[in-house]
Design a protein around this ligand. Structure first.
Ligand code: G3H
Length: 194
């Protein structure tokens, strides 16, 4: 069995400012994580010649992957963060204050709520289908560096978690979730690097 390593990008400048979406760089702390992650991956996958690193097309995942040496890197648009549409770049407080109805509808049904001109969790789950097919086809380990909403959906697929839980799954920063399909089901290890 081969492992799949899931991780969010290192902390971004927008994470620090409390803004959603965008395409910001990583913070100093995010950069430190990128180095620790590279160290971890290079050791963990030392004898795995065919392993690969998958990122989204956004700077924060590409920058997080950049110190990792020795493996091919592939960018997937399907791994980009949930598109917050008109709310892109706003903080949750701003949405609550300026668009209270949107805020309330999302709170009521976070799975189905679609940001105006953006996406819902259900949309994200649907666009992940080709990524999941390719992940299952791969025989070698894959490191997936992506975003909170996307990783919730990917993790839920492999861990067989119910749809309605997906938007609420905890997906901490600076932590690697290693999953592996064994004969007895999913095996999971977590590495909190900082
Ligand atoms: O910017 C998007 C966030 O990573 C998704 O978090 O779905 O809990 O608002 P949320």
């Amino acid at each position: 069995p081969r492992p799949i390593l899931l991780t969010r990008h290192g902390e971004s400048r927008d994470n620090v400012r409390g803004r959603i979406g965008g395409d910001s760089m990583i913070s100093d702390s995010g950069e430190l994580y990128s180095k620790k992650l590279a160290n971890f991956v290079e050791k963990r996958l030392k004898n795995e010649k065919a392993a690969s690193i998958w990122t989204s097309t956004l700077q924060r995942t590409v920058l997080t992957a950049s110190p990792i040496a020795g493996f091919p890197k592939i960018q997937w648009r399907a791994l980009d963060e949930i598109n917050a549409g008109v709310c892109d770049g706003m903080s949750y407080e701003e949405i609550k204050k300026n668009m209270p109805e949107e805020y309330q509808s999302r709170k009521k049904d976070k799975l189905r709520y679609r940001y105006p001109r953006g996406e819902s969790y259900l949309d994200v789950i649907q666009r992940l289908e080709p990524v999941i097919i390719e992940l299952e086809r791969q025989r070698a380990p894959v490191v997936v560096i992506s975003h909170q909403a996307v990783l919730r959906a990917l993790y839920a697929y492999f861990a067989d978690r119910p749809l309605k839980e997906i938007p609420h799954i905890e997906m901490p920063l600076h932590t690697i979730i290693e999953i592996q399909m064994g004969v007895t089901g999913l095996q999971e290890k977590r590495y909190k690097l900082m």
